[in-house]
Design a protein around this ligand. Structure first.
Ligand SMILES: Nc1ncnc2c1ncn2[C@@H]1O[C@H](COP(=O)(O)OP(=O)(O)OP(=O)(O)O)[C@@H](O)[C@H]1O
Ligand code: SF4
Ligand SMILES: [Mg+2]
Length: 316
């Protein structure tokens, strides 16, 4: 359904993203994890064709959606795709909602635009979708303004807008970061149910490894603009090969009654302007050798997984 290969993104001379690859089938959920600044949102923006808005451009690689190459797609064609067959859910619902317009018309608009429905048909569809998203009294909600709703409700409306065009793929960029913890869990469960009910493909961007473990089929671990390890969730969580993935998994708090130990990762994430030479993780890596500081590790493939490390392997 969606295949990204060797994606590279540049802003002028700086290249904050390089060598990002992953593939997503119908009905699958792919998690993209990594610390702040690792390139998760840039990856999402690339898929959505929204990079030019921030002055970035794709300098290498390909993005193929349903057999169609997206990196060379014209803007009008992209506009039909975006919000149509590929929906975006952002971190802050207010980037997608118009504060001055009632909820109903905002959601209706999507089906009018992308499915060619009449206003009346679109409203019936809006009410139905709001109902599926477990929004109480959907017809009444249509008459409300965004500021009359809680954060969690607003995010459900954004999800409704993304669903209104009957997409094949949803890209959710940290959809719950702005919400409180109990609401976060509800929204994640809702997305998970939608994927199953509608056979959707979901790209779920998060910094939370436990969310990935619970909801995703595949995972891409990002570090300093590189996909340093990717593969099926079972394989990656069962036997992570990259020291950074191992450290991230070590940070997941265990359940009550177990030894609660948070293994913080010492050191800080490099920024675009000081990406280390060689392996970007070498200043923080407990396993680093001389070659790690000079040579960038290539991806080594094993089954459906791949890892970029000179000395991959399970923790000693
Ligand atoms: N418009 C831009 N111009 C130049 N550099 C940018 C631009 N947008 C992002 N970057 C750089 O690209 C890198 C990756 O940014 P990105 O937003 O993808 O990170 P992220 O993984 O989504 O982080 P977060 O978890 O904080 O959302 C960052 O180092 C950032 O400084
Ligand atoms: S390449 Fe070297 S520094 Fe990088 S993760 Fe592997 S062992 Fe660590
Ligand atoms: Mg981001």
């Amino acid at each position: 359904m969606l295949e990204v290969s060797n994606l590279e993104v540049a802003f002028g001379p700086v290249a904050p993203l390089s060598g990002v690859s992953f593939a997503l089938d119908k009905g699958e959920t792919l998690g993209i994890v990594g610390e702040s600044g690792s390139g998760k949102s840039l990856t999402a923006m690339s898929v959505m064709g929204l990079l030019p808005l921030s002055g970035g451009r794709i300098t290498a690689g390909s993005i193929v959606f349903d057999g169609q190459e997206l990196t060379t797609l014209s803007e009008p064609a992209y506009r039909r795709l975006r919000g149509g067959r590929i929906g975006l859910i952002t971190q802050n619902p207010m980037t997608s909602l118009d504060p001055l317009q009632k909820i109903g018309p905002q959601v209706d608009k999507v089906a009018v635009l992308h499915l060619g429905m009449t206003a009346r048909e679109a409203r019936a569809r809006t009410v139905e979708i709001l109902g599926t998203l477990r929004i109480p009294e959907p017809a009444l909600i249509c008459e409300r303004y965004p500021h009359q709703m809680s954060g969690g409700m607003k995010q459900r409306i954004v999800i409704a807008m993304a669903l209104a065009a009957d997409p094949d793929v949803l890209v959710a960029d940290e959809p719950t970061t702005a919400l409180d913890v109990t609401v976060q869990a509800q929204i994640i469960r809702l997305l998970d149910d939608l994927v199953k009910e509608r056979d959707l493909s979901l790209v779920l961007i998060t910094h939370d490894m436990s969310v990935v473990a619970q909801t995703c089929d595949k995972v891409v671990v990002m570090y300093a603009g590189r996909a340093i390890e990717h593969g099926p969730v079972g394989a990656i969580f069962g036997a992570p090969q990259h020291p950074y993935t191992q450290a991230l998994i070590g940070c997941i708090p265990k359940g009550l009654g177990q030894d609660e130990q948070l293994t913080g990762i010492p050191g800080t994430v490099p920024t675009v302007l000081n990406y280390p030479k060689g392996c970007p993780f070498h200043p923080r890596c407990p396993r680093a050798q001389g070659i790690c500081a000079t040579d960038r590790p290539a991806h080594v493939t094993q089954g459906d997984s791949a890892v970029a490390c000179h000395f991959p392997g399970e923790r000693a």
